[in-house]
Write a protein that binds this ligand. Structure first.
Ligand SMILES: Cc1cc2nc3c(=O)[nH]c(=O)nc-3n(C[C@H](O)[C@H](O)[C@H](O)COP(=O)(O)O)c2cc1C
Length: 167
């Protein structure tokens, strides 16, 4: 687990190799194991592997050009009817997002988190393109695929952000 955390990097170049159904299922299962406020689990996951849709999302998302190469993506969404506090809904969905990234890394699948919430323009454009129901809010989009680039493991130790007992 610890190795996986440090090995995870944002991958933006992908090989033309499709993901297996079991790999996607394991990522979704990992997402559903994330903590959520009041254990409401108000999330939904849209698995996107149609080339046409991936290309459309690449056009919509200002920093999502890698979707043109990615064989799949997962859109993590929240149900505002189930969790009415938008802040919690977003936090729950981002915990699920991180679990997807870590599960992907553990299976040697590359991934990159594409921010959607709280950018209203992106949220509206994606909702419209994918015809999401009114009560469903897109929170994050994850491009997935086998990496066509090598990145070193994360080495993030910055002691200045740690505060022991007092600031
Ligand atoms: C909320 C959020 C939004 C992000 N949005 C994008 C994005 O739109 N496009 C992108 O290429 N990377 C995006 N990233 C990935 C970051 O750029 C990346 O995590 C950061 O540069 C650190 O690199 P690493 O993930 O390889 O450690 C996003 C990350 C987060 C947490």
């Amino acid at each position: 687990m610890l190795k996986t955390i440090f090995r995870r990097r944002s991958i933006r170049k992908f090989k033309e190799v499709p993901l297996q159904e079991e790999e996607i299922s394991m990522m979704l299962k990992s997402a559903m194991a994330a903590p959520s406020a009041n254990n409401l689990k108000a999330w939904h996951f849209m698995v996107i592997d149609k080339r046409e849709l991936l290309d459309q999302l690449a056009e919509i998302h200002p920093y999502g050009k890698m979707l043109k190469q990615a064989p799949a993506a997962i859109l993590v969404c929240g149900d505002i009817q189930k969790q009415a506090v938008m802040g919690y809904l977003a936090l729950d969905c981002t915990a699920a997002t991180q679990n997807i990234l870590l599960a992907a890394t553990a299976m040697k699948i590359g991934s990159v988190w594409l921010g959607v919430y709280p950018r209203e323009q992106r949220m509206d454009a994606i909702s419209k393109q994918l015809k999401l129901p009114e009560h469903i809010r897109p929170i994050s989009l994850i491009a997935l695929g086998f990496a066509d680039e090598n990145k070193p493991a994360n080495n993030p130790w910055t002691p200045e952000v740690i505060h022991n007992n007092k600031w």
